[in-house]
Design a protein around this ligand. Structure first.
Ligand code: FES
Ligand code: FES
Length: 158
């Protein structure tokens, strides 16, 4: 299969890139665009570290062929802050102590964004279920759930 030109919008910026058929979205983000906030861990869809938003929905970029998301709007963790101001979800993770090594954090935060866009007032159980595909080996999850609930409250007041 040949290489092809593909257009994507990543964090609000348009890109025209040459992609190969086997390239994943994660390859494009990290290796072509240098957006290293999206993490590669398992590569098999089991950990959620590579989660980004495509058309506002969370996808596992390690399992998503770049060719299948041509023309889409993609949001990575680098696109979430407003200049020097952290997004309320990012701030809530910092404030709640929900970031330890930080490896899972970009995926957690983007999954959280999609969750709160859909359900602005989740219960702790909703949060646990919504983040069920995102693994964290450091925090024990309690502070992450606290952070998501705090972020939800902040966002509801805006
Ligand atoms: S790296 Fe994609 S799910 Fe683990
Ligand atoms: S903070 Fe280390 S894996 Fe979650």
């Amino acid at each position: 299969m040949p290489k092809e030109m593909a257009s994507f919008t990543v964090n609000g910026k348009p890109y025209e890139l040459i992609i190969e058929p086997q390239m994943t979205l994660l390859d494009v983000l990290r290796n072509q665009l240098g957006l290293m906030g999206t993490k590669y861990a398992c590569g098999t869809g089991d950990c959620g570290a590579c989660t980004v938003l495509v058309a506002e929905k969370p996808v596992l970029s390690c399992l998503t062929l770049a060719a299948t998301v041509k023309g889409e709007e993609i949001l990575t963790i680098e696109g979430l802050a407003d200049g020097n101001n952290l997004h309320p979800i990012q701030q809530a993770f910092v404030d709640a102590g929900a970031v330890q090594c930080g490896f899972c954090t970009p995926g957690m935060i983007l999954t959280t964004k999609a969750l709160l866009d859909e359900n602005p007032d989740p219960t702790p159980e909703d949060v646990q279920a919504g983040l069920g595909g995102n693994l964290c080996r450091c925090t024990g999850y309690v502070k992450i759930v606290d952070a998501v609930l705090a972020a939800a409250e902040t966002l509801r007041r805006r």
